[in-house]
Design a protein around this ligand. Sequence first.
Ligand code: HEC
Ligand code: HEC
Length: 469
Amino acid sequence: MNAFHIPASCPHGGLRRWLRPAMIACLSWTAARAQPGVLDLTTLANYAGQAIPAYITKDNTPGNNAITNAGATLGRVLFYDKRLSRNDSVSCSSCHRQSLAFGDSATASVGVAGTTGRHSMRLINARFATESRFFWDERATSLENQSTQPIRDHVEMGFSGADGDPAFADLVTKLSGIEEYRVLFALMFGDATITEARVQSALGQFVRSIQSFDSRYDAGRAQVTADNIAFPNFTASENNGKALFLNPPGPGGGAGCAGCHRAPEFDIDPNSRNNGVITKIGGGTDLTNTRSPTLRDMAGPGGGLNGGLMHDGSCTTIEQVIAHYAAIPADNTNLDNRLRRPGGGLQTLNLSTQQRSDLVAFLRTLTGSAVYTDPKWSSPFSASDQLDLIIISSSAISLTPNGDGTATLRCTAAPGLSYQLESSPNPSSSGPWTGVTTVTADVAGQLVHTVSLSGPPTFYRFTYTPPAS
Ligand code: HEC
Ligand code: HEC
């Protein structure tokens, strides 16, 4: 007895419908597995259950948008999709590149209508912080709120609804016409309706899922009980640099960095005001910047910086950063008091050449590796911007007799999506196939249904019809 499959067809813009017939018999067959440009919704990547070190305690996840595998998967597709810009040329990933810790090497990033007014920010460990406001000036009240601002920005992605741009509602219409999105929104939300709030939830989950905890700092921190204990895996210079970073300035003291960049997350103190870097890309003064991304992954695994540092990208080496804090150049009305001397005047750190290189050596221990290459944070699109979804597993339907004249059909599919179970006396694609019932895949992605074994041999298959627009 043979197994049969009905060839997949792609009548609608690349969505593959995999159909599996089963027979009361042995079954075996194989199909193409996931490859670039193919997103397998039956084996979602693990975003929700990633290991987080015990010493990491800060978390800004809102109560109504915990990471789910389906939600972050949709967020990943949105993040890499150029169709989120008005002329299909710019995606989030154009300015937030995985190979650069989701930052940009350009000082000003290129959008659909010019270049950005500030330097792009690395999107590493955005979740693991007390500060829940985003952007250099903290104008976004949450990561969800942040996530559609670039889409609505005239320069960045161009759905501003002003200056001749289409509006966000036009993007909703555009996405609703794309079959893959109707499937992916149904996967996350149970139905195919697309709204701005849903786009924000998905992008928020994806960005919050981007985590980097495999640095040398983490390897050391895991072996001791506190950040300020010397790490066994560090050189003397790195341990000295760590002590300088953590200890407050003052007689015999440190560089006071941790007052604002707090270990072990290296997130910014929400009360921080500006740090004295007040120039603007293209000229002028900007006193509004009070947020920094985590100081993790400033440099990549190869040692090069993941783009310039500060809101204007003005520091192109870590040494320049240290030089800035060692002699704050000028006062301003929004300068953080921690960078003023108690008795008046501006912070100067009396750092020796050795201490400066110790600080640099320490900051370089904050670089991880997996986040730069892990496929779950990479583009799901092929080089030619194609995306196919696998919505039912390439393994056959299994059929287990229950010993009472019935048998249980099982097939792996995409969790939460609903499939049609059909039967036929004839395994050919022409059937005739008759609808038996609708079966929804459970949280583990299993389609389960019990059938009767009496009567003539019967073939079964599951079919999937994407939601209509
Ligand atoms: C044209 C380039 C560009 C595009 C496209 C872009 N960004 Fe950004 N992103 C930036 C810049 C520049 C900043 C800093 C802007 C500021 O602070 O004013 C930023 C900041 C952010 C931040 C804040 C990080 C933090 O730590 O505060 C997040 C999150 C973010 N972007 C996510 C996204 C997402 C999601 C998309 C796609 C919907 C996107 N970006 C599209 C350039 C871009
Ligand atoms: C008073 C709070 C404060 C202190 C103390 C402080 N910083 Fe900062 N730091 C900030 C703020 C705010 C920013 C964002 C500034 C901007 O770009 O406008 C920042 C930005 C940075 C950046 C750029 C990050 C990026 O992704 O571009 C680095 C690196 C940095 N600080 C390192 C240090 C070091 C090293 C020390 C100690 C010598 C230190 N900071 C002390 C508040 C502080």
